[in-house]
Ligand binder design. Structure first.
Ligand SMILES: Cc1ncc(COP(=O)(O)O)c(C=O)c1O
Length: 501
């Protein structure tokens, strides 16, 4: 059989199709225009089972050809959540810069895994320069600091806390936990964290074998920030329960309300008790770029580690997360493994072999898009974007605060606003159900995409002003829509009951 007869040897023509890349570029350009103009439903909502059915396509033995690619991609675009729609104000996922998405296309095609340097040399050095830049933003000493990129904030927090466990565990007499595991009957480590922290922090602690008791809740103040005055009691309670606290995890900012924990005072506490300070800046670290908001991060230079999701407030496609250590030697403490097929058993700290310090072996290329977009747009562009989104959220809060039929319990520090619709005719006991039904109606209508969360005062609607195209008028329209939904319900008796359907 000649190579030409071998169906496994696809020709260049077959692989590229007839102009398929140009067609996809055109498709994306017109999609983006429509999404940005709000000409599509934000989310063409369908129930999970109906969606499963819709996409139940038998896998054919003989492919349908390149035309099918366009048909499937068009279908995908039409049925997806449109993050560039001005009324996408839901979760903390960016509306990516088209240039960043284009870089991801190139990254995907290059597929330079970068577990070791020779697998992705450009990516490796770009990543190193970006880590240096982020360390500088945090105020870490350039020569001392170091870190890596990883696949998301959840993995980033786990990676940092693994280092904390190893470094502080040794200092607190828990031994070499990476090598030996936990001593039978010996004390287990614990982390101190507010209940407002993202769930991935307690998940990380439990993955590390701390158990539920190893996640010690620290109370919050009225603005749902970790209360540093509550740290000593939480610490003592943990020790009395036979736990050895090793770290405090501070949120900068928290997921539900975008509240920044007071880092300086938390750092004081950590210094006094020899604890690791990890800052989960997945959402809020971008404030470091904005002179007006950088004070929210005061004290971050004293953190031992930080995490930043650039797929949240830096307009990068997911996933793209930096984990940065004030002392880079700590990042090598996380894993100590021989893997002769990769690392040749080296005990050296090789900054350029990233897989030594990441949970991933093969890793998607994350640095290219950030590196290119920073060169093209400059930091000022991103600072203006972040400042603009924070300011819009603050204006929205003012509207809510001064409206009798809405309440917003926490003045936003970032771009996340939680609120409740509280029309006079709805009894207090029905308010939680009202918020949930409002959200379901909004999503079902395709007009807005917002999220919800439970705060101490009950169920709240939650808006993240992350989309660069959202304006005051969109948020005003959201309130008008919500009032309309409740009024419709009221006409037929019970607003909450009607909205539930
Ligand atoms: C503060 C915070 N930390 C961590 C995460 C988890 O990040 P990821 O979804 O990238 O795993 C989130 C996600 O919203 C977050 O808000």
């Amino acid at each position: 059989m000649s190579p030409a007869d071998d169906a496994g040897n696809a020709s260049n023509q077959e692989e590229l199709g007839a102009g398929i890349l140009e067609k996809i570029t055109q498709l994306l350009a017109s999609y983006l225009e429509q999404a940005k103009a709000g000409a599509l439903p934000v989310l063409p909502h369908a129930a999970p089972d109906a969606m499963l059915e819709r996409w139940d396509l038998p896998v054919p033995a003989l492919g349908k050809g390149m035309e099918e690619a366009c048909a499937l991609l068009k279908r995908t675009l039409a049925q997806s959540n449109h993050l560039h729609h001005p009324r996408y104000i839901g979760h903390q996922v960016s509306a990516p810069l088209p240039l960043a998405a284009a870089c991801d296309f190139i990254s995907a095609l290059l597929n330079n895994g970068s577990a070791v340097y020779e697998m992705g040399q450009v990516e490796t050095v770009m990543e190193a320069h970006l880590v240096r830049w982020i360390a500088g933003l945090a105020g870490f000493e350039a020569e001392l600091a170091g870190g890596l990129f990883t696949s998301g904030g959840s993995l980033g927090n786990l990676t940092a806390l693994l280092a904390a466990r190893q470094v502080i565990g040794k200092r607190k007499g828990l031994g070499d936990l990476w090598r030996d595991g936990y001593a039978p009957g010996g004390p287990r480590p614990a982390v101190l964290v507010s209940a407002q922290a993202h769930y991935c922090v307690s998940r990380a602690a439990q993955i590390m074998g701390f158990g539920e008791q190893g996640v010690v809740a620290v109370s919050t103040d009225a603005a749902l920030r970790l209360d540093p005055a509550a740290l000593p009691a939480a610490y003592e309670a943990a020790r009395l329960a036979g736990r050895e606290p090793i770290a405090v995890v501070a949120s900068a900012c928290s997921t539900a309300t975008g509240s920044y924990d007071p880092l300086e005072r938390i750092a004081d506490f950590c210094a006094a008790r020899d604890l690791w300070l990890h800052v989960d800046g997945a959402h809020g670290f971008g404030a470091a770029l904005v002179p007006q908001y950088a004070p929210l991060l005061e004290g971050i230079g004293r953190a031992d580690s930080l995490v930043w999701d650039l797929h949240k407030m830096l307009r990068m496609p997911a996933l793209c997360t930096a984990v940065v250590f004030r002392d880079k030697t700590h990042s090598y403490a996380t894993f100590a493994q021989d893997a002769s097929y990769l690392f040749e058993g080296s005990a050296e700290q090789e900054w350029y072999n990233l897989g030594q310090r990441t949970i991933e072996c093969t890793k998607v290329m994350m640095a290219l898009k950030v590196f290119v977009c920073l060169q093209v747009y400059g930091t000022r562009y991103f600072a203006d974007y972040i400042a603009g989104r924070y300011a819009l959220a603050h204006r929205f809060y003012e509207v809510l605060r001064t409206s009798a039929d809405f309440e917003a319990p926490v003045a936003p520090q970032a771009n996340i606003v939680c609120f409740r619709h509280v029309p006079a005719e709805v009894p207090a006991a029905a308010l939680d159900a009202l918020q949930s039904s409002i959200r379901q109606k909004l999503i079902g209508s395709g007009k807005f995409y917002i999220s919800q969360t439970r705060l101490p005062g009950g169920v709240h609607l939650r808006v993240t002003v992350i989309n660069p195209f959202t304006q005051d008028s969109d948020l005003q329209a959201l309130l008008t829509e919500i009032r309309g939904l409740t009024a419709d319900g009221a006409q037929s008796g019970s607003a909450a009951a009607r909205l539930r359907h």
